[in-house]
Design a binder for this molecule. Structure first.
Ligand SMILES: Cc1ncc(COP(=O)(O)O)c(C=O)c1O
Length: 415
């Protein structure tokens, strides 16, 4: 499916939605979600034990979580809230991993009671989990997040496995961590690593897989036999026209990783389970953000299209200089003027798209593409704005309101 063409194909429905539900509004497409899960399944079909744990942080709309759960996709959770969501959605705790560099006591208690895998991030956390699990009389299922010192060649703010990163146990201390864990009443299940997001080259994944495999073999020699290797998420998607995508596919990823894990299996004498935690590549291109043109401004220096969304709705352009394709659904012609698409927050950095050739007038509806991942989930009420509505277009093309736009009363809630 050509997802770049998708919003154009659904133009009429989208314009109707913008009338009925107003803007800004997120729209998600169920069939793209499904297709994205299948792409992983197809690419990894020749590896026996392969599991996807969807990274909830990318988009935790309950309906999206439910669709993915029904497709037998697990959950990678990073907070107590996300654990609650996995439980609410009905994900089997066996398919849930809890990762965070700063776990609150309450989140650890929740994870222990839920029975999911707790992914330990540091040495002190070994003691904390030991103490809390003794108090609750639970035997924790654990893995360790390892920082493999791999440069993913992506934006600095989404590189998570370089040596200065706050995440994980440094690779040089990995064996020591497992030895300590072995002295505790822990069920040691696996090893985890996540080197970054929007990765578009295979080499960092290969380096990650090789370094982690070496640790698994060393642990095996010490009598610690892991059940899973979790290589995290990170597969980049094509944000059309941003110029930074070189077409790394699911097949490339599988062809890069699987031989390394198969070699590992030879050393181990058994097949280890391979887990990936995709987020962006599951929901990114399955969502768009609709926003309405409020006014056009032409200054002697620059031209602006002022819209009713901002970085409170979609922070990626402001935070990561991310490029999102923006199309005027009310007028598909290219136009001959260059505009910045300006958000309506009181911040100069609130620009959703820079230097775009586009024709637009007041009340036109623009679609911001590939906004399904790290869109709504990173939204805020900055400037006392209301979080947008979220809508699903189902496989049979029904329009389903998933979550209504916030109301001013929501900003006044006193607990
Ligand atoms: C631990 C972990 N796993 C998985 C992901 C998902 O990454 P992506 O959305 O790039 O696939 C992230 C995102 O930052 C993460 O921190």
């Amino acid at each position: 499916m050509d997802t770049e063409e998708y919003p154009i194909k659904h133009k009429e429905i989208l314009l109707e939605i913008s009338e009925k539900f107003k803007t800004p509004t997120y729209i998600y497409f169920e069939d793209i979600l499904q297709e994205n899960v299948q792409k992983y399944r197809d690419a990894f079909k020749n590896y026996g034990q392969f599991r996807q744990m969807y990274a909830y942080k990318a988009n935790t709309n309950p309906a999206i979580c439910k669709i993915l759960k029904n497709l037998n996709v697990g959950a990678d959770c990073v907070s107590e809230g996300e654990l609650h969501m996995a439980k609410y959605t009905g994900v089997n705790p066996r398919d849930v991993i809890f990762t965070s560099n700063g776990k609150t006591d309450e989140s650890i208690e929740f994870a222990l009671n839920f029975g999911c895998t707790i992914n330990i991030d540091g040495f002190e956390e070994i003691e904390i989990i030991d103490e809390i699990s003794k108090r609750l009389d639970k035997k924790p299922k654990i893995s360790f997040r390892i920082n493999p010192e791999v440069n993913p060649h992506t934006h600095d703010k989404i590189a998570t496995g370089v040596k200065e990163s706050k995440f994980g146990i440094n690779i040089r201390q990995a064996i020591e961590a497992y030895k300590l864990a072995k002295q505790k009443n822990f069920e040691i299940l696996g090893i985890h690593c996540h080197i970054g997001s929007q990765i578009t080259e295979i080499e960092p994944f290969i380096e990650e897989a090789e370094k982690i495999s070496k640790i698994v073999t060393d642990l095996h020699d010490l009598g610690i036999n892991l059940k899973f290797v979790d290589l995290g998420g990170g597969l980049g998607i094509d944000y059309p026209h941003d110029g930074n995508y070189n077409g790394l596919t699911h097949d490339d990823l599988a062809n890069g990783i699987i031989p390394i894990i198969e070699n590992l299996n030879k050393d181990l004498g058994y097949e280890i389970e391979l887990i990936l935690e995709p987020g962006r590549s599951i929901v990114g291109n399955a969502g768009i953000l609709l926003t309405k043109v409020l006014s056009i401004k032409r200054t002697p220096y620059k031209k602006f299209i002022n819209v009713d969304a901002g970085f409170n709705d979609l922070i990626r352009p402001a935070m990561y200089d991310a490029y999102h394709k923006i199309l005027n659904l009310s007028n598909l012609s290219d136009g001959d003027e260059i505009f910045d698409i300006a958000g309506n927050l009181c911040e100069s950095g609130d620009i959703l798209g820079k230097n775009r050739k586009i024709a637009a007038k007041r009340n036109d509806v623009l679609a911001i593409f590939d906004a399904g991942a790290y869109g709504f989930s990173m939204s805020s009420n900055y400037n006392s704005t209301l979080k947008p509505a979220e809508i699903l277009i189902t496989k049979d093309k029904k329009v389903k309101l998933l979550r209504g736009r916030e109301k001013f009363e929501d900003l006044l809630k006193i607990y």
